[in-house]
Design a protein around this ligand. Structure first.
Ligand code: AMP
Ligand code: ZN
Ligand code: FE
Ligand code: FE
Length: 292
C-alpha cells in the first residue's frame, strides 16, 4: 500500500550520499514512501532542494540533520528532525563543523601520501561532487585507484578510527548536540546505538540515562543492519528510557552498497505511525542567538 512506510535516515550529495536531493526524493516516490527525512551529516545544504522536489511530487520531506557527537569509544551520531535550517545559532555550529572538516581532510591526504599512496585532495573533492567532503569520498578514490577492492576495505585499512589514515576531528559534546537541535526547534534522536560500544555493553544503559537527562527525545530502533534480536533489544531499551522510537535505512546510494532506500537490506519496514509522536515533540525554534 502506498504511503504506509517511511524512511527517517537518508543521505544526499550534500554530504556523502550518491543521489542529489532531487534524485533522492524522486527515488522515494518510486519506492512509494509516505515521508522521508533527509539527514545529511553536519550540514543542511540539501534541505531546500529536497523540500522543493517533495512539494512538487507530493511527498513529505522532514528537514533533518545527523550530527557527530564526542564519545570516547565507537561512534555517536544524533539525528535532529524538524529543525529550522535557518536558525542562526544552529547554522553557526554547523559552520564550526565545516571548519573542522577543512582542517581534517587535507591531513588525511597527507597521511595516505605518507603511506606511499598516490592520491590528491583535488581527486577527493572531485569524488564528492561539490558537496561536503567526508571519508566515504576518500574511500571512493581508493577503490577507483585499485588500492582496495571495496568501500568497506578502504575503511578497515585506512579510514576507520585507529586505522593508518585516520585523523581526529572536532566534535561537539552530546549535550551540546542535543541543545543545538532543540534550539533549532527539532527533536534529538540517537542514531544506530550499536556503534557506541562493542555489543553487549554494560555502559550503554548508564549512557542512555545521562543522554535522557540531557534531553534526548528518541532512539533509532529500526535500522537496515539490525538482526531481529537487536530490533527487540533496542525497542525495549527505548521503552525503558521513555525514548520515542525512530527508524531509517541510512541510505547512501552507491556509497553504501547493499542498503536500499526504505527497505534497507530488503526487509526493512518503517511504519508511518512513528512520525507523529516525533512531530509532536518538536517544539519550534527557540530565540535565535548570534552564533559564537
Ligand atoms: P566523516 O563524517 O567524514 O568522518 O565520515 C563518516 C561517514 O563514513 C559515515 O557517515 C559513514 O557513512 C562512513 N563510515 C564510517 N565508518 C565506516 C565503516 N567502517 N565502513 C563504511 N563506512 C563507514
Ligand atoms: Zn554517511
Ligand atoms: Fe550515522
Ligand atoms: Fe547516516
Amino acid at each position: 500500500m502506498k504511503d504506509q512506510w517511511i524512511d527517517l535516515h537518508t543521505h544526499s550529495t550534500a554530504s556523502d550520499g550518491s543521489f542529489t536531493p532531487t534524485e533522492l526524493i524522486r527515488y522515494a516516490v518510486t519506492k512509494r514512501l509516505g515521508a522521508l527525512a533527509l539527514t545529511d551529516h553536519d550540514c543542511v545544504d540539501g534541505l531546500n532542494e529536497a523540500a522543493a522536489e517533495g512539494e512538487r511530487l507530493g511527498i513529505e520531506v522532514i528537514p533533518a540533520v545527523e550530527l557527530s557527537a564526542d564519545h570516547p569509544e565507537g561512534t555517536m551520531h544524533i539525528l535532529g528532525f524538524f529543525i529550522d535550517r535557518r536558525h542562526e545559532g544552529f547554522c553557526g555550529r554547523l559552520r564550526r563543523l565545516q571548519e573542522a572538516r577543512k582542517e581534517r581532510n587535507p591531513k588525511i591526504v597527507q597521511k595516505l601520501q605518507g603511506l606511499g599512496l598516490n592520491i590528491t585532495y583535488d581527486e577527493v573533492v572531485a569524488a564528492s561532487g561539490g558537496g561536503q567532503v567526508g571519508r566515504p569520498h576518500f574511500a571512493k578514490v581508493l577503490v577507483q585507484k585499485g588500492y582496495v577492492s571495496s568501500m568497506q576495505e578502504a575503511f578497515e585499512r585506512y579510514l576507520k578510527r585507529g586505522a593508518l589514515g585516520y585523523v581526529e576531528k572536532f566534535r561537539f559534546s552530546p549535550q551540546e548536540v542535543i541543545a543545538a537541535i532543540h534550539d533549532a526547534g527539532g527533536v534529538a534522536v540517537l542514531a544506530h546505538p550499536f556503534t557506541l560500544y562493542k555489543e553487549p555493553s554494560p555502559m550503554l544503559e548508564p549512557l542512555l540515562g545521562g543522554l535522557t537527562e540531557n534531553g534526548l527525545d528518541g532512539m533509532e530502533v529500526i535500522y537496515s543492519t539490525y538482526s531481529e534480536g537487536q530490533s527487540r533489544y533496542y525497542r525495549e531499551l527505548a521503552e525503558k528510557f521513555h525514548l520515542l522510537p525512530s527508524g531509517g535505512s541510512d541510505f547512501h546510494g552507491a556509497h553504501k552498497p547493499g542498503i536500499d532506500l526504505g527497505v534497507g537490506m530488503g526487509r526493512l519496514q518503517i511504519p508511518f505511525e512513528l512520525l507523529e509522536p516525533l512531530r509532536k515533540k518538536a517544539r519550534g525554534p527557540r530565540v535565535s542567538y548570534p552564533a559564537n
